[in-house]
Design a binder for this molecule. Structure first.
Ligand code: PMP
Ligand code: GLN
Length: 383
């Protein structure tokens, strides 16, 4: 392994899912739903396969049906206008979109600001691009993690190329407010920075609203927006993601994508095009259902003695384990299968400042109600 990637090793999600399988524990670690997405969308994938649509290389930027569905979705939900031919790119999940964006836009030595704790592929993506990551730490304030705008401002240097945002935010569940995003936008304009924004949880906002930063003044031309069907439609195994942005930025990301995967798998694109056109009721029910799961797991964790940061969005709950007399999330998560038959993720993996992240542990609630009930019962008994 070269020096750029040496620090990364195996992703924590693979390690923790393997631990869950080995110990027969309930896996609240890796964020994937334990029930598949809508039947009619699965049927659409089967139809595409059977009818021979997408079984050979689809067009590089994605099939036209999906690009126009993405463009319509952005217009109807957020009032953003993207030309489906030149300003939309289909990728192999959000993960490829993130890596391709960084590879396309970052010069070796450029600084990339990321909100810490950050999703693990950001650090690896920045490293692959030869960039230097500059973490800006979200800090607990009044029961939620918030962005310190002065800290963000201070992190910008002459070498800063872009800010990598994520809202709703994994792992903290924070949804950046319109005011916070406006301040980020103002800074980006003032310092002439690009913003790459990971909005894969755009449909999982329980409190407040999802504001795409691309909608704010001066941002349309300097923002790459990323989303994915994995989260919104509960098909994490399909790996269909996308990028929207100006013609120039999307062309750049497409140049990188061409040599990573060339194109994304065909039949699933037809199915996701149909999924994006599901009626509003689908998106509302998805959110309502997930909100009930949030309450179930958050209440259970509180009863077990954890301090809970009730998330405004995503399907993750960050907890503080110090009320349980614990301080080391890594040790806690390694022992948890034995102690309680549950697997969780130590938030320290999402930090450069490992000590800051040490006492926090993340639980996923995208699981069936009975599974969450059993998990909380086990945790209550164990602590
Ligand atoms: N970004 C965030 C914040 C995520 O939580 C995830 C995880 N699943 C991804 C990106 C990756 O998405 P995909 O599975 O579509 O590659
Ligand atoms: N995004 C999911 C999580 O944060 C899982 C992604 C992965 O396994 N790479 O748990």
């Amino acid at each position: 392994l070269n020096r750029r990637l040496a620090e990364f090793g195996t992703t924590v999600f693979a390690e923790m899912s393997a631990l869950a399988a080995r110990t027969g524990s309930i896996n609240l670690g890796q964020g994937f739903p334990d029930a598949d997405g809508p039947e009619e969308v699965r049927e659409a994938a089967v139809r595409a396969l059977r009818d021979g649509r997408g079984n050979q290389y689809p067009p590089g930027p994605g099939i036209p049906e999906l690009r126009s569905a993405i463009s319509d979705h952005q217009r109807l939900r957020y009032g953003l206008e993207w030309d489906a031919d030149t300003e939309v790119l289909v990728t192999a999940g959000a993960t490829e979109a993130i890596a391709a964006s960084l590879l396309a836009l970052v010069e070796p030595g450029d600084e990339v600001i990321a909100l810490e704790p950050y999703y693990d592929s950001y650090a690896a993506g920045i490293a692959m691009a030869g960039g230097a990551r500059v973490p800006v730490t979200l800090r607990p304030r009044d029961g939620a993690y918030r962005l310190d705008l002065d800290e963000l401002r201070d992190a910008v240097t002459d070498r800063t190329r872009l800010i990598l945002l994520n809202t709703p935010h994994n792992p903290t569940g924070t949804v950046l407010s319109r005011e916070e995003l406006a301040a980020v936008a103002e800074l980006a304009v003032e310092r002439d920075l690009l913003v790459v924004t990971d909005e894969v949880y755009e449909h999982l906002v329980f409190d407040g609203e999802h504001v795409p930063i691309a909608t704010l003044p001066g941002m349309r031309e300097r923002t790459v927006t990323i989303s994915s069907a994995g989260k919104t439609f509960s098909f994490t195994g399909w790996k269909v993601g996308w990028v929207t942005g100006s013609r120039e930025l999307v062309a750049a990301v497409r140049s990188a994508k061409q040599y990573l995967t060339f194109v994304s798998a065909g039949p699933f694109q037809y199915a996701v095009a149909e999924a994006l056109r599901l009626p509003d009721s689908y998106f509302e029910e998805f959110r309502t259902d997930m909100r009930a799961k949030r309450e179930l797991l958050a209440d259970g964790l509180e009863q077990a003695g954890f301090k809970v940061f009730r998330p405004a969005g995503t399907y993750f709950i960050t907890t503080d384990i110090r009320p349980l007399g614990e301080t080391d999330g890594f040790a806690f998560c390694r022992a948890l299968p034995e102690r309680a038959g549950v697997v969780a993720i130590p938030n320290a993996v999402f930090y450069d400042h490992k000590r800051t992240g040490a006492p926090y542990v993340r639980f996923a609630f995208c699981k069936r109600t009975e599974v969450l009930a059993e998990a909380t019962e086990r945790l209550r008994k164990a602590f």
